[in-house]
Ligand binder design. Structure first.
Ligand code: MN
Length: 258
């Protein structure tokens, strides 16, 4: 990062021992913030704790000393460290924890689209995506920012005056990236991990035009959940609530009304 001090260093550490389920991540977060160290801490599936720490050399060394000792209830057996590149993190965060819910509603409005909604500070921040999301990292999908919705709208499916709606996907999500949320959205670059039934793994929203209807691009990040060449909206058209695709729900709705 251009603005990182020349003395900044970055270290990746893996802590082995009895280190999960005893407040290790919270204690590391507090220590890092006191020291002015940025980066992240997360529990790994192999029961270790992994830390990315960057900042002034002496502060990073103090955090590593804290990790070697561990918080009171931990029993640290071994710590592996390796120098890594400074990534420009502006916060120290716990990774791998849910930040709230997300939903994607397919909407047969005048212009058919998918609404991606992410829970941020008690409301659902929303983007209308004409072609829908993709799991192919080579695909960039236009996402037009629209008004916030209430969380209670997340489970809505049915027929409205302005078209039918199905809940196409839903789950929880994790905030990621180098900048804390919602600041990341304000700045126009937000990275997050979805844990839905269809959409999984890392995504980025990148704002390309500001204005009354800000335009963003939704892009799948390259990770184990990426599916190059796939088109998930064609492959999985069904509602995750009813199992019916949108056109079928619309047809039944019209029959009921007639
Ligand atoms: Mn809509």
């Amino acid at each position: 990062m251009a603005d990182a001090p020349r003395t900044a260093k970055a270290v990746r550490a893996v802590v082995h021992g009895a280190v999960q389920g005893i407040g290790f991540r919270d204690a590391t977060l507090r220590c890092a913030r006191e020291l002015g160290v940025s980066g992240w801490v997360k529990n790994r599936d192999d029961r270790t704790v992994q830390v990315h720490a960057e900042g002034a050399g002496p502060a990073v060394e103090k955090l590593l000393a804290f990790l070697r000792a561990g918080p009171p209830l931990a029993r640290v057996e071994q710590i592996e460290t390796e120098a890594t590149a400074v990534e420009g993190h502006e916060q120290f965060a716990i990774r791998g924890v849910s930040a709230g819910v997300f939903v994607v509603q397919e909407h047969a409005a005048t212009a058919h689209h998918f609404d991606l909604r992410l829970e941020v500070e008690g409301v659902m921040r929303s983007w209308a995506i004409p072609k829908g999301p993709s799991l192919d990292p080579a695909v960039k999908r236009l996402a037009v920012e629209v008004g916030d919705h209430s969380i209670s709208h997340n489970t809505f499916e049915g027929t409205l005056d302005h078209g039918a709606v199905i809940v196409w996907d839903r789950g929880t999500y994790e905030q990621g990236g180098r900048v804390a949320w919602p600041e990341a959205l304000t700045r126009g670059h937000a990275v997050f991990v979805l844990r839905g039934e269809k959409l999984r793994g890392g995504f980025a929203l990148q704002r390309t035009h500001k204005g009354a209807k800000p335009q963003w691009l939704l892009i799948k990040r390259r990770d184990d959940d990426a599916q190059p060449g796939s088109d998930i909206v064609l492959e999985r058209p069904e509602s995750v609530i009813s199992g019916l695709p949108l056109d079928e729900l619309e047809r039944r709705g019209n029959q009921g009304a007639g």
